[in-house]
Design a protein around this ligand. Structure first.
Ligand SMILES: C[S@@+](CC[C@H](N)C(=O)[O-])C[C@H]1O[C@@H](n2cnc3c(N)ncnc32)[C@H](O)[C@@H]1O
Length: 184
């Protein structure tokens, strides 16, 4: 397949992910029902999970059992992975992966430019900025603008990726200073 065709397909899926179609639209539901999804199944998932991309109905054929692990590669809005989650139950796992949802979960603008890479440890995003401030944001819920947990001003431009080891954060600055930050 040519690169041009691959890019066109990717762009179409990205447009679907950021578009307004959902299970609230009669046409979208009709497509899913044509592929065998029952009205009960479609009502059991959020409308946004159904982007009108149905081209099969895998959970109808997969004979999923409680406790199994399912990976839905190309999950789109999540229609199938959510239905799979109900079938494998609380002792199983349902993992949805899509390379190209086009969704922006959050966008964070920091006061100073960034030269260093971020690191996320235990749901905390550590980010040094070029104004010399090390920030910690809570990213456990990626559907909200991550609240800042704390910040510390070190000075210089923080270009290094923060490293976390045994409860301490290690970070270096362009000025050549090296910091080890911890509770004690
Ligand atoms: C036909 S849609 C199906 C979506 C979903 N299962 C549904 O029924 O609503 C295929 C999805 O696969 C994704 N996809 C295509 N190639 C992929 C890849 N190599 N890795 C991950 N996702 C991919 C697309 O972005 C698209 O969302």
């Amino acid at each position: 397949m040519s690169d041009e065709i691959v890019e066109q397909v990717r762009a179409k899926y990205a447009a679907a992910a950021t578009g307004s179609l959902s299970g609230d639209h009669a046409g979208v539901r009709a497509i899913a029902e044509a592929f065998g999804y029952s009205p009960d199944e479609l009502s059991a998932v959020p409308a946004e999970a159904n982007l009108g991309l149905s081209c099969g109905n895998p959970t109808a054929f997969a004979s999923l059992k409680p406790g199994e692990t399912v990976v839905d590669l190309g999950c789109g809005g999540g229609l199938d992975v959510l239905l799979a989650a109900a079938k494998v139950g609380p002792t199983g796992r349902a993992i949805g992966i899509d390379r190209n949802t086009g969704m922006i979960r959050f966008e964070k603008k920091l006061p100073a430019p960034l030269m260093g890479s971020p690191v996320i440890v235990d749901g905390v995003w550590l980010q040094g900025d070029c104004g010399g401030v090390l920030h910690a944001y809570d990213v456990r819920n990626t559907l909200v603008d991550p609240p800042e947990l704390w910040s510390v001003t070190l000075g210089g431009c923080i270009e290094s990726t923060p490293t976390v080891w045994k409860g301490r954060i290690y970070v270096g600055t362009r000025a050549g200073s090296f910091f080890a930050i911890g509770d004690a």
